[in-house]
Write a protein that binds this ligand. Structure first.
Ligand code: ZN
Length: 291
């Protein structure tokens, strides 16, 4: 027997040694956090075809902890814990921000501190996704190159505040350019999905229990927007957004992933599929979302 053939038969013997064995799935768990609400007097900007003009509404801000045997990844940093000091919220340029449960306290409920976050990544650079970013000084930041340039660009783009990432540990920053496999085993993948912003991305997670989850960033703001392919007026590229929707929808179909829309309160509420760990503070979420 040639060397190649004997190696091959040895490999086949290994594979067939236990027909009931399956590759070990990493013990990945997803925890969702209530990272605040955005109260709008006019939701008009969330569709450039006018369906929401003049209608008030509330969008959820969500953060996600992905627990993997090789580290904790925080996806998104919410509106910011300091907002909780003002019970009625804080008026910002486009909305009133309200935070009832700080991320610090929700992490503490799990026995974690900000310093226990090993990796931090965010879908894009709008301020409602980066409120607690400066608190993640111990984490390795996974940042899309184009997004970083855009956040720090001149003039500062709308809905962006570069001060929110001023404490970014540059020595612990991994610049990424396209799709990125966070733990190298396919269980947690950042997928490039530009258009809302230049370096916008979504997260595909394969938890140990249940099917894959596609955490949408702001590719979609609501289920209605996803269904009708409605786009906000403030996306940097309509064409890129539609192309990203096409690619991500194909991945969703092929993987059978459940789509979690971060700004949709119902997606992180108590009725969420049991395969995602339900954090108890979510039972106190505000109701209300885009019509
Ligand atoms: Zn957003």
């Amino acid at each position: 027997m040639s060397i190649v053939a004997s190696l091959l038969s040895a490999a086949l013997a290994l594979v067939s040694a236990d027909p009931t064995s399956t590759p070990t799935k990493p013990q990945v768990e997803v925890v969702t956090f209530d990272c605040g609400q955005l109260h709008f007097t006019d939701l008009g900007p969330f569709s450039d075809t006018g369906e929401y003009d003049g209608r008030p509404g509330v969008l959820q801000a969500s953060c996600f902890l992905i627990r993997h045997p090789n580290g904790n990844l925080l996806w998104e940093a919410g509106l910011g814990d300091e907002v909780a000091e003002a019970p009625a919220g804080v008026q910002r340029a486009n909305y009133r921000a309200v935070v009832r449960h700080t991320l610090k306290v929700q992490l503490a409920d799990l026995g974690l501190r900000y310093d226990d976050i090993d990796f931090f990544a965010f879908s894009h650079g709008h301020a409602d996704h980066l409120g607690n970013a400066n608190r993640l000084k111990s984490a390795i930041w996974l940042v899309n190159t184009r997004e970083l340039q855009w956040i720090n660009g001149t003039p500062t783009p709308g809905r962006v505040d570069p001060r929110l990432i001023a404490a970014r540990p540059t020595g612990q920053t991994r610049l990424i350019d396209g799709d990125y496999d966070v733990f190298g085993d396919g269980s947690v993948r950042i997928l490039f999905a530009p258009g809302h912003t230049p370096g916008h991305q979504v997260l595909l997670v394969r938890p140990a229990h249940g099917g894959p989850l596609l955490i949408s960033g702001d590719l979609f703001h609501t289920h209605a927007n996803r269904r009708h392919r409605r786009l906000p007026v403030f996306n940097v590229s309509r064409a890129d957004t539609l192309a990203s929707m096409d690619r991500i929808e194909t991945i969703v179909r092929e993987t059978g992933a459940k789509v979690i829309i971060e700004h949709a309160a119902e997606d992180i509420g108590p009725r969420l599929h049991a395969r995602v760990s339900v954090h108890r503070s979510r039972a106190r979420l505000a109701t209300g979302s885009l019509p």
